[in-house]
Design a protein around this ligand. Structure first.
Ligand code: ADP
Ligand code: MG
Length: 741
């Protein structure tokens, strides 16, 4: 008898098992049983062919009515056309090679046909369907077998194995399966009215009624949520078990001096969140907190105040940014905000002052060595950097707090690597500007406490966004930019490509190919899948072409234009950013590298070219760059898309400035695996049925159950079967992470 870990080949034979392994990554009995049918189909005696829907994957029971062959025009060979029928309606089957099919698909033959339904003029068609004919002598029995049961449909259709063949393999596997241990404690099953694991598999793959299907799917969804929450609960408990130095605020320190100089008043939200953080920092267990807040809500100030408290109490702090541009910018703005407070130990510096150090991968060796020394000696109270900071050889004297900016670019493993830098685990504050719906936060950051900044500082003017889809208005766009510049402001022009030799978007990812990154592995809300998947016959706008085009545009004559993209040398990127910040450049033509955190208050207009190529939340992030100052920001979404759906999406972005609304909208357009990033989508642990927006109640229940179990039994000693499931989910995650490098 088999169990869930038995290799499939042992049960169904190598020839059957190997395509499943090769194409679907299904290696064990458990893998196959976790391969959830996409839909179910209810065959009658003969299938009612009038109920077909274009684009759907179907399996029908029908009879061959007639078959014809004809030579093909373009190439050798004959094409076979078969008409099948339910007695009333007809369905056309097309085979581009008659060979092998012609002799079998003869009038009168009865069988199962499966494929994707297409429509050609007025006829329904299946092209190259898979089929299985019933032996004439036992037609009745065969039809009987297929009746009364729902047929599971496994996608994708056809290749490498038709759905009905997968169903057959599953049938064999289920028959040879021992009773499987259920990892879910019985009391949880009872309380939540969940079917046991074995029943779930049976009902999932061989249901009789719709009710069977929904009970099985419900249990399956619960499991998905429960596994994730158990892992998170364990992480939370492990975090609580760590010891760290409490960092208590000190009177007359840096923090107070800084507050006294702040040119503005903190918002109520900033005050509140600061208090929460201060309380965490005073704890002897490390803080692990997520700070979310709209673009421009003032997270950085909150973080900086926390950092200064920690420095006051003798510790060091690290600020981790996803790109070099952002790290350099943080370095500049923090240094200037601190003024002489950042000149600790230097002539003319403040007595209580500290030192701020920048550490990035592309620094010249000498400077880098100095930065490393400052970090190791403890002279630098604030070390700002990209992921270079988490490299092994970076040492801190006493790291008390790690702040991670724009979390969605970092994986959980990177967070962990940084946490391990301190002699004792440092406190960790993660900031994200992408608003996260509750259940997503609970799933992706469910091991952390969260704080939210809901209001923007006073005096901000909202950003006006317009979709420009009519080519007649394109020139007007540039005139508008010129007006803005003449009024003393600056403009961004964002393009989806760089435009040198690359094929599509820019390469590189955090943690792998250098720390400059426009496109990342760990993206939560970026790139709307539907949009980017659209084949584009048109060349997308590129930074380099756009630069030339704008220089030649009479409306922009005399304006100072520069570019910024991922493949420029580090110094050039810095130089471009500095000149733009200093106001000596009027128009910055850039890739999405400016997406996060870039803060030039005088920039008031942003033109996004081929806006249809960006995801909803990404557009929202981008336009946040022109909402930084007190002058009204303007964002123009230029698109040449013909698709109404895509235009509609852009219109929704233009219609609201509420990041939470947009985040939900964005989420509705994507698969959960993309939402979670590589963290949970790596392997079998991925969420298949769970929908983070729709299954809120279930997620809350699973979270409650998981946290109760783990709190009482952190090592899951009383729950060996559950522990096995969790360990293997973690292995998958680890493997996926390693694979990504
Ligand atoms: P975030 O990181 O949340 O996008 P920042 O912290 O970069 O936002 O703040 C955006 C801008 O608003 C910065 O120039 C900052 O100095 C300014 N700012 C922060 N808090 C306030 C406040 N309470 N009142 C006025 N301006 C503020
Ligand atoms: Mg920021």
């Amino acid at each position: 008898m088999a169990d869930l870990s038995t290799p499939l080949g042992q049960v169904v034979g190598k020839p059957t098992a190997s395509p499943l392994a090769k194409y679907r990554n299904l290696h064990t009995v458990g893998d196959l049983l976790d391969f959830v049918p996409r839909r179910y189909f209810e065959p009658g005696k003969l299938t009612d062919l009038s109920s077909l829907v274009e684009g759907e994957d179907v399996t029908v029971v029908a009879r061959v009515d007639r078959a014809t062959t004809r030579p093909m025009r373009q190439r050798k060979g004959r094409m076979l056309n078969v008409i099948i029928t339910d007695g009333v309606h007809e369905l056309d089957l097309t085979f581009f090679s008659a060979y092998g099919h012609e002799a079998r698909l003869v009038p009168g033959a009865l069988g199962l046909f499966s494929g994707v339904v297409g429509r050609y003029q007025h006829t329904w068609q299946l092209t190259h369907p898979d089929y299985e004919l019933f032996p004439p002598e036992r037609e009745d029995a065969a039809v009987e077998e297929h009746m009364g049961r729902l047929k599971p449909i496994y996608l994708p259709a056809g290749k490498p194995m038709p759905s009905w063949k997968v169903a057959k393999v599953v049938q064999i596997v289920l028959a040879s399966l021992d009773e499987v241990p259920d990892h879910l404690p019985p009391d949880v099953r009872t309380r939540r009215r969940l079917v046991d694991l074995m029943s779930m598999y049976r009902l999932l793959h061989q249901p009789s009624t719709d009710k069977d299907v929904s009970r099985a799917r419900y249990r399956r969804k619960y499991d998905e949520a429960f596994t994730v929450q158990t892992v998170l609960a364990q992480r939370r408990v492990a975090g609580e078990g760590l010891q760290t130095k409490p960092r208590l605020p000190i009177a007359g320190g840096l923090r107070e001096a800084f507050d006294a100089r702040l040119p503005f008043e903190l918002t109520a939200g900033q005050d509140e969140v600061s208090a929460e953080i201060a309380k965490d920092l005073a704890n002897e267990h490390p803080m692990h907190r997520l700070l979310q807040g709209e673009v421009g809500s003032g997270k950085t100030v909150v973080a900086l105040r926390a950092m200064l408290s920690v420095i006051d109490s003798g510790g060091q702090t690290a600020l981790l940014a996803p790109t070099e541009v952002l790290a350099s910018q943080h370095f500049r703005s923090i240094t200037s905000m601190l003024g002489d407070l950042a000149e600790g130990g230097m002539l003319g510096g403040s007595e209580i002052g500290t030192r701020v150090t920048l550490l990035t991968g592309s620094q010249p060796a000498g400077i880098r060595r100095k930065s490393l020394l400052d970090a190791a000696s403890g002279d630098a109270g604030i070390v700002i950097g990209t992921h270079a900071l988490i490299q092994e050889h970076v040492q801190f004297f006493d790291l008390g707090l790690v702040v991670i900016d724009e979390q969605h670019r970092f994986g959980v493993e990177q967070r962990d690597a940084l946490r391990s830098k301190g002699k004792q685990s440092p406190h960790v504050l993660v900031m994200t500007a992408t608003p996260i719906p509750r259940t997503v936060a609970m799933t992706v950051f469910g091991d952390m406490e969260t704080s939210t900044l809901t209001e923007l500082p006073k005096g901000r003017s909202p950003i006006a966004t317009h979709v420009v889809s009519n080519p007649r208005w394109f020139q007007r766009t540039w005139e508008r930019v010129a007006e803005e510049v003449r009024a003393g402001h600056q403009a961004y022009v964002v393009c989806p490509r760089i435009g040198d030799s690359e094929v599509s978007s820019e390469p590189g990812s955090v943690g792998t190919k250098g720390d400059w990154s426009d496109e990342d592995v760990e993206v939560i809300f970026d790139e709307d899948e539907d949009v980017s998947a659209q084949p584009s016959t048109r060349e997308l706008r590129s930074v380099l072409e756009m630069e030339t085009e704008l220089r030649d545009n009479p409306a922009l004559a005399g304006l100072r234009i520069a570019t910024l993209h991922g493949r420029m040398a580090s110094e050039d990127k810095d130089a471009a950013m500095l000149s733009f910040a200093a106001g000596t450049i009027d128009i910055l033509v850039a890739t999405t590298v400016i997406e996060v955190g870039v803060d030039v208050a005088n920039a008031t207009v942003m033109v996004i070219m081929d806006a249809d190529r960006f995801g909803i939340s990404q557009l929202h992030q981008l336009r946040g760059r022109v909402g930084r100052g007190t002058s009204t920001g303007l964002c123009l979404l230029v698109t040449e898309t013909e698709s109404e759906a895509v235009q509609q999406r852009l219109i929704s972005v233009a219609a609201t400035n509420d990041g939470f609304t947009l985040a939900r909208l964005d989420l509705e357009h994507r698969r959960e695996g993309d939402v979670l990033g590589a963290r949970q989508s790596g392997g079998k642990s991925q969420l298949r049925l769970l929908r983070l927006l729709r299954d809120e109640d279930l997620i809350l229940q699973a979270r409650e159950d998981a946290f109760a179990i783990v709190t009482a039994d952190p090592g899951l000693e009383q729950h060996p079967d559950l522990r096995k499931v969790i360990d293997s989910a973690l292995d998958e995650e680890q493997a996926a992470y390693l694979e990504r490098g």
